[in-house]
Each structure stands twice: as structure tokens, then as C-alpha cells.
Unconditional design. Structure first.
Length: 487
């Protein structure tokens, strides 16, 4: 066993400190609550509501998103319990964020000692990336939690085997499979297991129970899709079709092939993204320190952190063609826990810990810049302007034309009840008479950036002289919602 022994008094103190850390982390996430976004989250929400309404999977939805049953099923349950709102939409993600703060403590205690576990837990509690995405509806954070939980169960079985017949190894695979149900990239954790076996230079028969657990989840998923669509391979096929479209000229692979992100990839991201930069400077230092000083106690975390980082940087998202991963901060969740564990280990080393002022200064600096980075974010409460628009749309006695994405947001805001007389833009607005036309500048700009070839009616960019402004919503000119009346 790598973890160091501890007495009961120390355990009581550690549990109390962990409790305080969790409360601190929860408060930060609630203070900087984000709520529903304007992109993928709307597709997840609609898919969850369709489940509650017995509609199955909408073939017109963003298929690669609506097939993530591990996310949409918990959301549908939350909608049943709490109704459709920003809290119910993100509660599952928030719970997995808080659970990650607890889980990283147990990782630290298992691999090192309680002090490092508490340090890692504290660091994750104010890690800016986690604060931001803990209250945004997305698949990266919850999938990474279940993946990490599977790794923890596996390592705990290796060091403190408790369940008979190797059932803990099977349970490890089941948790990883649940993570897969939320996001496919979770399966990259196979790299950790491969390098772990190479490092240990032996293969136990129990190891085969890990992929067996994942296969159990595959089978369950296949039966669900067979029932919903008649095709047990529905998710796999549709995801590959969607990726093929994304890499085509139609979408320019969502900008993933652009310079410099396409070439420099994650080094560029780590140096320019303020949700990652400051933490990853120290994580890089900790990584170099562990390697140079041959700190064997860190090798397990290195076997997790390094292969996944390298694959994310140079590997392919698709098994059938080379599609590099987009340089996106939230994708780094798959190695966030081992990265922060390395950092916590570094801060707890005698050379650093003996000079307490160094640790104090580093923690104070990181806490300050992390809170600042989250505070200046502009992606919180993105639906506020549309919420102000909704009463007008609901009460309108004429047809209201609006872009398709804003219309989806209004559907969500209404609780999927009614949007009044609202409709999405036709191909042309030149023949539209006695109607309202809504131009959501922020939404349209974002849609054009995501899809360079997306075409809106000409009138959106060249407002006809006869159109009259009857309502403006928003303080920032470039992000305003403007309502016109076309006589």
C-alpha cells in the first residue's frame, strides 16, 4: 500500500477539513452560477424533455449530443422532480463537481497521504475551470468524474482488495462505462490501464473484469437504442456521421484545423486560457520535479496524466479517420485529477513544505487569480436577454420570426410549453408582412463563427427601411436583441 497509515484523531480532523473544503467549493460554484448556455446545452435539455414526453430521440436534433444517455436520463429525472429550469438542468453536473472534490481527497490518501489528499481537494475546490463548468450543462465534467471513480476503484482494489471474486475490478469497469454513456472520450482511460500493466510487468486475470464491466454498459446501451430506434449501433453510427460532417467544408471541423490552435494545440491552450494557465504552470513544474527526482510515488498519476495529455494533443477523435481533438479547455477534464494530485504532492514535498511561506504565497496567488478569472467570464447567464424577450413573444398577436437557436432557447425558457406565434426565419424575409422580426445579435454572431457557411436571410444584415424598431434588449450594443416590425 502506497498511502501512509493514519490514526483515528487525524481521520476525524481530515473529515472535518474535507467538509469545510466541500462547503467552500459549493459556495464558489453557487456564487458564480452560470446556468443554461446557448449551444450544446440546449440540445441536451431538449433530449431530456423528449424522454419525459415519450418522444424518444428526435432525428432532427444534434444526434451526437442527444444520444448521450448518461447525461440526458439524469436530466430528465431532474426535470420530473424540479421542473425545467436552470437549477434542474445543471444539478447533475454540479453534484459530480462536488463529488470530484471528495474523490480527489481519497485519491490523495490512497496514493500518498491525507495531507496531500486535503491539499488536492482544496486546489480543486477553486480550480477555475471546475468552478465555471460546474453550473453549465455539459458532458465533460460528469463523464470525467465517473471515469476517475472507475480508476479509483481499480487502484483501491490493487492496494486494499476488499470485494470477493474481483468484483471491485468489475465495478471499476462499470463506472467507466457510465462515464462513456455521458461522453465517448472517457474510453481513452484505456491508455492508463495499458501503461499500468506495462509498469507492473504482470497481468492478473482480474484485470479482464474491467473491460467486462464496460462491455456490460455497452450491452445495456445497445438494448436501449434497439428499443428507441430499432438499431443497437445507433449512437456509434450517428456519431461518426456527425464527425464526418464536422470535418467537411460545411463546418470546417468547427475551426479545429485553424492556426495556431491546430498546430500548437494544447501548449497554446495552456499558455493562453486563464482558466488553465496559472494552475498548469505549477502542474508542469511538479511534473518535471517528479521525473527529475524519480519520485516513484507519483508514477501512478504520471501513467494517467501523460498518456492522456499526449493523446489529446496528437491523437484522433475518430477510429476511422484522423480527426484531431479541438483545443478546448473542458476537454482537459480527463487528466485534471492526476494533474492536481501531482501539484498537491509537489506543494507537500519537504523542500517546499518546510518553507511554509512559499506554499502560502502560491495558494494565495492561485486563489486570487482563479476568482478573478471566473469573475471576468462573460458566459454566465447567457439567456438573460432572451428571458426578457420571452413575455413579448408569448403575448405577441402577430407572427414573430427569429433564428432557430434563439427559438430553441425560448422553448427551454417556456418550459417546453409555448412560444406563442414564434417561427424560425424563412429563407427570405422580403415577403414577410405585418410581422415581428427578432435579431439576436449575440446568437447570430456565435452561430456564424461556429459555421462559416451558415446563411441567414439577406434582410438580417441589410435592414429594410420600412422596418421599425419597437424593442431593444441588452446593454452591450453588439449583443443586443432588437425587435423590428415589418408592416
Amino acid at each position: 500500500m502506497i498511502g501512509k497509515p493514519f490514526d483515528k484523531d487525524l481521520l476525524k480532523n481530515a473529515n472535518f477539513l474535507l467538509f469545510l473544503i466541500v462547503i467552500f467549493g459549493l459556495l464558489l460554484r453557487l456564487v458564480f452560477f452560470s446556468g443554461m448556455g446557448i449551444s450544446d446545452s440546449l440540445s441536451y435539455s431538449k433530449a431530456a424533455q423528449d424522454i419525459n414526453e415519450g418522444k424518444g430521440i428526435d432525428p432532427n436534433s444534434t444526434l451526437t449530443l442527444s444520444t448521450k444517455l448518461g447525461l440526458t436520463f439524469p436530466m430528465s429525472l431532474a426535470y420530473r422532480l424540479f421542473g425545467v429550469n436552470d437549477f434542474s438542468s445543471v444539478i447533475f453536473v454540479l453534484l459530480t463537481s462536488i463529488a470530484s472534490i471528495i474523490l480527489i481527497f481519497y485519491f490523495g490518501r490512497l496514493l500518498f497521504n491525507e495531507k496531500i489528499g486535503l491539499m488536492a481537494s482544496f486546489l480543486l475546490s477553486f480550480f477555475p475551470l471546475d468552478i465555471v463548468h460546474a453550473t453549465q450543462l455539459g458532458s465533460d465534467l460528469p463523464s470525467a468524474f465517473f471515469m476517475a471513480l472507475g480508476v479509483y476503484v481499480f487502484l483501491n482494489a490493487e492496494m486494499n482488495r476488499k470485494l470477493k471474486y474481483g468484483l471491485d475490478y468489475l465495478l471499476s469497469g462499470i463506472f467507466i462505462g457510465i462515464g462513456y454513456l455521458i461522453r465517448e472520450s472517457v474510453l481513452l482511460i484505456a491508455l492508463f490501464f495499458i501503461f499500468y500493466i506495462i509498469y507492473k510487468r504482470k497481468i492478473k486475470r482480474e484485470y479482464f473484469l474491467v473491460p467486462a464491466g464496460v462491455i456490460i454498459i455497452f450491452i445495456i446501451e445497445a438494448f436501449i437504442f434497439l428499443y428507441l430506434t430499432g438499431d443497437p449501433t445507433y449512437r456509434i453510427i450517428k456519431s461518426q456521421q456527425y464527425l464526418a460532417e464536422a470535418v467537411s467544408s460545411r463546418y470546417n471541423y468547427f475551426g479545429r484545423l485553424d492556426f495556431p490552435e491546430g498546430l500548437l494545440h494544447y501548449p497554446w491552450l495552456f499558455l493562453t486560457n486563464n482558466l488553465l494557465t496559472y494552475f498548469y504552470i505549477f502542474i508542469a513544474i511538479a511534473l518535471v520535479y517528479a521525473l527529475i527526482n524519480k519520485k516513484k510515488e507519483t508514477y501512478i498519476t504520471l501513467l494517467w496524466f501523460v498518456p492522456l495529455l499526449l493523446y489529446l494533443s496528437f491523437g484522433s477523435y475518430s477510429p476511422t479517420q484522423y480527426l484531431p481533438f479541438k483545443a478546448v479547455d473542458r476537454y482537459t477534464y480527463i487528466f485534471t485529477i492526476p494533474g492536481i494530485l501531482l501539484f498537491a504532492f509537489f506543494l507537500s514535498e519537504k523542500k517546499i513544505a518546510m518553507k511554509r511561506w512559499i506554499t502560502t504565497v502560491i495558494l494565495a496567488f492561485l486563489l486570487l487569480v482563479s476568482i478573478s478569472a471566473v469573475y471576468v467570464r462573460e458566459d454566465r447567464h447567457l439567456l438573460d436577454n432572451l428571458r426578457q424577450l420571452y413575455p413579448f413573444v408569448k403575448a405577441a398577436d402577430k407572427t414573430v420570426f427569429i433564428d432557430d437557436r434563439s427559438l430553441s432557447a425560448l422553448d427551454y425558457i417556456s418550459g417546453y410549453v409555448s412560444n406563442g406565434n414564434s417561427k424560425k426565419y424563412p429563407d427570405s424575409l422580403d415577403k414577410v408582412k405585418d410581422s415581428y422580426i427578432v435579431i439576436n445579435r449575440h446568437m447570430i454572431r456565435n452561430l456564424k463563427e461556429a459555421n462559416k457557411n451558415l446563411v441567414f436571410p439577406d434582410e438580417i444584415g441589410n435592414i429594410p427601411k420600412e422596418w421599425k424598431i419597437i424593442k431593444e434588449i441588452g446593454k452591450i450594443e453588439k449583443d443586443k436583441i432588437i425587435v423590428y416590425y415589418a408592416p
